[in-house]
Design a protein around this ligand. Structure first.
Ligand code: 13P
Length: 254
């Protein structure tokens, strides 16, 4: 059975004290009734050390970083390496997010190197893909995402792909309040799973968790999560408030 996940991507939000408070609120609520699936919190880098202390004893909340560099160390001003994240006990790293592709000019090749580095150090990438609006309007979204997946993941081994989480995040749905419909999400998730089947075989593809991201809220989470190839969500804005995030977490069937 593949892992189901709800992950919160806080992006560049929350001061450290606020981030700790949000984490404690989520922890207290989940401890009352622990979920069967995994919850991941992805705060800004400067929160990671403190959050790993707060969540040390907790088995069902994992911590993810929002980015990394692919070199282990050296003269790369402003960057954070995967071994540094590993030393804090971080489990996941988001990579390929459209905001990093668009605002920080990350290419498929850079993302491929990051995926490799994350796996090499025993962490799990949350690899994001997704098309812009004009591509969807031209009905070229399947090709577009196929290209992203092939360029950044198809150099992996059958073993490595099993540790990758994929997040389909159509750019037109991110932060807009307009989510993909459950049918649009299901179409793309099944398409991605079939791509993985062709390349890596049925077993690896069936085990790969594919999350949906883009304007997920408590009102739409349950219908999105009810689709057979939607294995959970990567949540932006709605992950910044404990009560709203908890409703989304509880919407994911165990
Ligand atoms: P929103 O949930 O704010 O649309 O953001 C989605 C996202 O980009 C998560 O990585």
């Amino acid at each position: 059975m593949r892992k189901k996940i709800v992950a919160g991507n806080w992006k560049m939000n929350k001061f450290l004290t606020e981030g700790i408070q949000l984490t404690v609120d989520i922890l207290v609520e989940l401890e009352r009734n622990p979920p069967k699936h995994t919850v991941i919190l992805c705060p800004p880098f400067i929160h990671l050390s403190e959050l790993s202390k707060v969540l040390k004893e907790c088995s069902f909340i994992k911590i993810g970083a929002q980015n990394c560099y692919y070199k282990d160390s050296g003269a790369f001003t402003g960057e954070v390496s995967v071994p540094m994240l590993a030393s804090l006990g971080i489990d996941y790293v988001i990579t390929g997010h459209s905001e990093r592709r668009q605002l920080f000019f990350e290419t498929d090749e850079i993302i491929a190197q990051k995926v490799k580095a994350i796996l090499a150090h025993g962490l799990k990438p949350i690899f994001c893909c997704g098309e812009p609006l004009d591509v969807r309007e031209k009905n070229e979204h399947l090709n577009y995402v196929s290209n992203q997946v092939q360029k950044s993941l198809f150099n992996l081994s059958q073993q490595e792909i099993k540790s990758v989480v994929i997040a389909y995040e159509p750019i037109w749905a991110i932060g807009t309040g307009v989510n993909a419909s459950p049918e649009q999400a299901q179409e793309m998730h099944l398409f991605i799973r079939n791509l993985l089947k062709e390349k890596f075989g049925n077993e690896s593809a069936d085990l790969t968790t594919i999350l949906y991201g883009g304007s997920v809220k408590s009102e739409n989470a349950a219908t999105l999560f009810s689709k057979p190839d939607v294995d959970g969500g990567l949540i932006g804005g709605a992950s910044l408030q404990a009560s709203e995030f908890m409703k989304i977490v509880r919407s994911l069937p165990n």
